[in-house]
Write a protein that binds this ligand. Sequence first.
Ligand SMILES: Nc1ncnc2c1ncn2[C@@H]1O[C@H](COP(=O)(O)OP(=O)(O)OP(=O)(O)O)[C@@H](O)[C@H]1O
Ligand SMILES: [Mg+2]
Length: 244
Amino acid sequence: MAVIEVKNFTKSFGSKLVHRGVSFSVNQGECLGLIGGSGAGKSVILRSLIGLEKPDQGEIHIDGEEISRWTERQLVEIRKRVAYVFQNGALFDSMTVYDNLAYALREHTDLSEGEISDRIRQQLEEFGLQGNDFVYPSQLSGGMQKRVGLARSIILGPKVVLYDEPTAGLDPYNTKKIQDMILRLKDRGVTSVFVTHDMPSVYAVCDRVILLLNGQIEASGSIADLGKDPEGIMQRFINGIEGA
Ligand SMILES: Nc1ncnc2c1ncn2[C@@H]1O[C@H](COP(=O)(O)OP(=O)(O)OP(=O)(O)O)[C@@H](O)[C@H]1O
Ligand SMILES: [Mg+2]
């Protein structure tokens, strides 16, 4: 069953037509890689899936509900189920790691402070971040900030996770940690869209990949099939022969 379905997504900024009818779907438990040149419109699509942008035309279905015209108030419900991992981590700089993680739990659940504390310790351990509870984001390395960002995004136990370049600029160790977390979430049945320029991570975590080029999905295929058509647009893009 499709958890995410985008139909004929069309959007312009000023006179610039960025999306010319983009359609794709993501099944329950699947991780879909979304690749394409810089400025192709990947982040705009991802943001639209939680209502941070609206398409000019087209439909966005999440769990069978068409959300593209929803109000901010209605979108609050969707944002509990659909987590967004921002490229820069989007941490609150004035809050400790602990309070960054506690924020959504205090805001959106009835958990007691004791239960929140248990959940946070468990989450920090899972991400290899134990002992960093009372540290501020600026005191952490970029790789650790990204891990805290991911830990914070998924603290409510979302059904869907949207990743915007979660491994960009990371060393191999942190990249692997993020990949492992994504795979673990997949094992729990989480559905995801993974936007990236990092092809090794696409091979590591995605089931299928789609290529956004010239405002449209120009190619799609399973990870297992990548490379089978060396002359195809997908492979030419991956090899840097065909561009944005
Ligand atoms: N709020 C906005 N106002 C004006 N133009 C915008 C806005 N958001 C996005 N754009 C434009 O839409 C296009 C797509 O942007 P988007 O950020 O989705 O690209 P991207 O595929 O994520 O690129 P990258 O790989 O570099 O992150 C770009 O040309 C960008 O300048
Ligand atoms: Mg982007």
